[in-house]
Each structure stands twice: as structure tokens, then as C-alpha cells.
Write a protein that binds this ligand. Structure first.
Ligand SMILES: *Cc1c(COP(=O)(O)O)cnc(C)c1O
Length: 230
């Protein structure tokens, strides 16, 4: 089942790339395996997937420890400072930085351990009060502050768009994030790149690709519905 779903998802990614004049290899599929057992991750791994997304620090650590080391783990959930130790050194990219305080705590941990970490700034484009992420208007200021840290390296932006029936309703959200990343990129801030745009989930990843996503985070379409609410 997982393999068929992956083939279908890759097909749709390719089609979205073609529609928007992009190369298929310009989009990375992150298989979001949160709440799903190791057995299903192994199925996706056999198919050839090497990028997985998790939103709970300890769950990511447990899966990291038992699965092949050539997997790239993306941490996509809200990160509490007391869980930094589970994520830094294991995740290739933390998608969910939304405060200077969190970035400073990560930097201090990295300093202690002799590590460096790549991160994205999570932007709450739709200003949903239930979601984390910094407001669009405050993002550049936060990027500048974090850019001064020695061990935390900003590689781009991430957003979680609202849940909508019709993905078209999120198009302007994705476009706004892309515009912001172009604006910030033009500022040529030291220690900041805007190469990555992490946006699009099961319901709207095709629209996100049309609007410039470089990384899509797809869970349900690959692994099926999740039983528990996360
Ligand atoms: C769960 C989750 C996803 C995947 O959502 P699906 O709708 O199952 O594709 C993507 N991004 C984040 C941050 C998530 O928490």
C-alpha cells in the first residue's frame, strides 16, 4: 500500500512540476511518518525514500536509533527547549524555528556539543491563532537576529497552511511565503540562505509546488489516516 501511494504521490509531484515549468528534481518529498510504526517506514525506505518527517522529539529519536543511518530526518513539530537534545545531531533540518529564544537555546546546545544545525523559520502566514510560527511582518527581523548565532544556519522558510477542502484557497498563502523568501534573499544577510521553501501537505502539495515549494511534507497520502490527533 505504502509503495503504491508513494508512486502515485511522485507521479503527482512530477505533473505539478511539469505544469509549472519546474524540474522534477527541484522538489524533495518528505514522507511524514509521525505516529506510524517503523514497519511502514521500512516499506517506504525499501521503495527508495530517504527523507522522513517527524513532529515529536522523542519519537524521532526512537525511530532514528533503530532505522538505517542514511535516512535524513526532518523535524517538523513544535520544539520545546528541553527536547533540543533529542533533535540536534539527529535531524538534518529543523523546520519549525519561530523565536529567537528557541534558536539561542539550540545554539548554546550546539556550542556545548561541537555541533551545527540547519533550520527553517516557520511563518504563520494565515495568522491562525492555533498554530505556531512567526507573523509574516516580523520574519525578517527574526531572521536577522538568528543570523548572528554561530551554530544555527537558516536555510529558508516553512509554513503550515490552513486545512481547506479546496487547495486553491491556500494558493495565496504559498505565494506570500515565496514572495517573502525572495525579499529576504535579496537582502544578502550573512549566514542566511533562502534556498528551501517547505510548504504543502497531503491536501495542497500540488498547489504549493506550483507556487515554488522545494520541500513538500506528505503524511496521510503515503501512510494513510492517523488514528490519533496530533
Ligand atoms: C502532520 C504534518 C504534515 C503531514 O500532514 P498530512 O496532511 O498528513 O500530509 C506536514 N507538516 C507538518 C508540520 C505536520 O505536522
Amino acid at each position: 500500500m505504502v509503495k503504491e501511494n508513494l508512486a502515485k504521490t511522485e507521479e503527482r509531484i512530477k505533473a505539478a512540476c511539469e505544469r509549472s515549468g519546474r524540474r522534477p528534481d527541484s522538489v524533495t518529498l518528505i514522507a511524514v511518518s509521525k505516529t506510524k510504526p517503523v514497519r511502514l517506514i521500512e516499506e517506504a525506505y525499501e521503495y527508495g525514500i530517504r527523507e522522513f518527517g517527524e513532529n515529536k522529539a522523542q519519537e524521532m529519536k526512537e525511530k532514528y536509533d533503530v532505522l538505517p543511518k542514511n535516512i535524513s530526518w526532518h523535524f517538523i513539530g513544535h520544539l520545546q527547549t528541553n527536547k533540543i537534545k533529542y533533535v540536534v545531531g539527529r535531524a538534518c533540518l529543523i523546520h519549525s524555528i519561530d523565536s529567537l529564544h528557541l534558536a539561542e537555546e539550540i545554539d548554546a546546545y550546539c556550542e556545548k556539543k561541537g555541533l551545527d544545525v540547519d533550520v527553517l523559520i516557520e511563518v504563520n502566514v494565515a495568522k491562525e491563532t492555533t498554530k505556531s510560527g512567526i507573523n509574516l511582518e516580523e520574519t525578517e527581523e527574526l531572521v536577522k537576529s538568528i543570523s548572528r548565532l554561530s551554530h544555527v544556519h537558516i536555510k529558508g522558510l516553512m509554513t503550515i497552511a490552513p486545512f481547506v477542502e479546496n487547495a486553491e484557497n491556500n494558493r495565496m498563502i504559498f505565494r506570500a511565503l515565496k514572495d517573502l523568501s525572495v525579499d529576504i534573499s535579496r537582502k544578502n544577510i550573512d549566514n542566511v540562505s533562502m534556498d528551501i521553501l517547505s510548504m504543502g501537505m497531503t491536501n495542497d502539495y500540488e498547489v504549493a509546488i506550483e507556487e515554488g515549494a522545494t520541500h513538500v511534507r506528505v503524511g496521510t497520502a503515503i501512510f494513510g489516516e492517523r488514528n490519533i490527533v496530533v
